[in-house]
Design a protein around this ligand. Structure first.
Ligand code: SF4
Length: 540
């Protein structure tokens, strides 16, 4: 098979057509059209959050629409796309650690090209990228991902419509974020809409889907690289999001997760409309923003929940969203969570620290007291709601007493799950100018102490599920190694999540994949539950 060595165009190509359908190929030109046998096989390696996974679905869809084939491993690929995460040093080190292997691959297959995108690629760090990632041929900022196909020279007459998001190439908009500059995600809502209309998003599951609703972040958490890598917030138009959700409901999706770095601030940047005239108010965040007449996240949740089946049940059985900044968790949003039957009884509400001084240095814009008030309001509005959180230990200047305050917060809130990490300096963030003065050993000690405490809390909460009946959406067949008991008994087991996002293992085979199953919980561990199926309710 002849494989075309991909060119890498440093300047985005222009659409020959200005987007849309593209011209018909004249008969006399047909012999020049690139045939599928010469198009590359691609492999996408995705790190980090669900937003990255959703972006990768879009890139995979664009490459498939261009006629490329997906490969199961980088060794068999002519094009390796790395969708990176820069939220912690460990994620970046993972990619840096792969550079040698990729160099060997390129030596063995000289036509192979490597693209790096995601949060590691920023407008202001291009000079260090080549040194840090020597095997990479092309760096794309997150807002440049829709250009992937064109920049690889794959947007041809055989791939009409691929350039819809870059008709005539719209140059990136640059915005100042603190002292840095960042490209804004102005083009992403448009390219997403084009990809949805073309049906070109390669979804990883028949029953589970991600839908981005807002790109970028306007917050200024001092440790976080996202505002610099993804730029300020840009909401997708209300009706675009709704149209995508409607399409997914028709396709049989049962579990839909709305995505954004901070979904709660959805809509403030959209133009005001008469239909949202009753939504009045403002937001203060460094600047005063008038949100009157603009949709908010509560309105979006209610509109998606209002998509119904003929029998009145929600067309999408389970609606989830990540991530929520506590600052934007309004009463309107809490009411919507409580009143929309499709919205799951689980909220991920990152707290990061249990000490006001640390929160202030982190730029989190809330106090521990305000956070606890929110938790109280949520629990009284949605009884039994499960809560999860993110915590950073060992942030600049964190004392023993301040760390103890975080442990105390965990004892008070009693989260179902906590994702904890030791602080690592992210170059380019405001916190990089603060001393990283908690030693690595002490960070490790604090992390272990926190995880041990949380394990006990999680286990206790899980034990309260024993004997209860719960609905599980089965989404995986257990690997024997992931479940010792399954191996011992030789039984095939499956696993999935209930509405409170608890991982539940149960007996059953692949025929249960994509089904909502009623399960009685029989045993509880610190991180998961085990139960037996009562009945399958809804087929995939
Ligand atoms: S809210 Fe804070 S931590 Fe989350 S993406 Fe925005 S700046 Fe980063």
């Amino acid at each position: 098979m002849t494989v075309r060595a991909l060119p890498v165009l440093e300047l985005p190509a222009r659409s020959a057509t200005g987007g849309g359908e593209g011209p018909r190929v004249a008969a006399e030109l047909e012999e020049y059209v690139v045939g599928p046998e010469s198009l590359p096989r691609f492999f996408i390696w995705t790190l980090g959050c669900q937003m990255n996974h959703s972006d990768s679905e879009e890139m995979a869809g664009a490459l498939l629409a261009a006629g490329c084939a997906e490969s199961g491993s980088p060794e068999d690929a002519d094009l390796v796309v790395i969708n990176s995460c820069a939220i912690r040093e460990a994620a970046e080190q993972k990619v840096i650690g792969r550079m040698g292997q990729l160099a060997e691959l390129k030596q063995a297959r000289p036509g192979t090209r490597v693209v790096l995108t995601g949060c590691a690629v920023r407008e202001d760090n291009r000079h260090v990228l080549r040194r840090r990632y020597p095997s990479v041929d092309l760096f794309l900022r997150p807002d440049e991902e829709p250009e992937l196909v064109a920049r690889l020279g794959l947007a041809t007459l055989t791939a009409p419509g691929l350039m819809a998001g870059m008709a005539g190439h719209v140059p990136p908009t640059i915005a100042r974020v603190g002292r840095s500059i960042a490209a804004t995600a102005d083009r992403l809502p448009g390219t997403r809409a084009a990809a949805v209309a073309a049906g070109s998003i390669r979804r990883g599951s028949r029953w589970d889907a991600w839908v981005p609703v807002i790109y970028g972040c306007d917050k200024t958490c001092t440790y976080c690289i996202v505002p610099f890598s993804r730029g300020p917030e840009r909401s997708r138009p209300f009706d675009d999001v709704l149209a995508e959700c409607r399409k997914l409901a028709r396709a049989g999706v049962l579990n839909l997760t709305l995505l954004g770095q901070n979904v709660n601030s959805y809509g403030h940047d959209l133009p005001p409309e008469q239909r949202f005239a009753d939504l009045a108010g403002g937001r203060t965040l460094g600047r005063r923003i008038d949100t009157t007449g603009r949709p908010d996240f509560a309105a979006l949740l209610r509109a998606i929940d209002a998509l119904r089946l003929e029998d009145g049940r929600p067309a999408i059985a389970r609606l989830r969203f990540v991530t929520s900044h506590p600052w934007d968790l309004t009463d309107r949003l809490i009411d919507a969570i409580a009143e929309c039957p499709s919205v799951c009884e689980h909220l991920h509400l990152p707290v990061q620290s249990g000490d006001d001084g640390v929160l202030h240095r982190m730029g989190r814009q809330y106090s521990v007291e305000a956070y606890l008030r929110l938790v109280q309001r949520l629990r009284s509005a949605v009884p039994g709601i499960a809560l999860s959180s993110d915590v950073i230990v060992g942030f600049s200047g964190e004392t023993d007493r301040q760390f103890e305050a975080t442990l105390e917060l965990l004892r008070t809130v009693r989260y179902d799950q906590v994702f904890a990490a030791a602080y690592s300096v992210r170059p380019g963030t405001p916190a990089a100018r603060l001393p990283d003065d908690v030693s690595p050993g002490e960070k490790r000690r604090r992390l272990n102490a926190l995880l041990e405490l949380q394990e006990g809390i999680g286990w206790e909460l899980n034990r309260a599920w024993v004997g209860r009946r719960t609905e599980v959406l089965v989404d995986r067949v257990d690997q024997p190694s992931a479940h010792g008991e399954a191996t011992a008994r030789g039984a095939v087991r499956v696993a999935g999540r209930n509405r409170q996002n608890k991982l539940v293992h149960l007996d059953g085979g692949p025929e249960l994949l994509g089904r909502l199953v009623d399960v009685v919980i029989e045993r509880a561990g610190p991180y998961s539950l085990q139960g037996s199926q009562v009945e399958a309710t809804i087929p995939a």
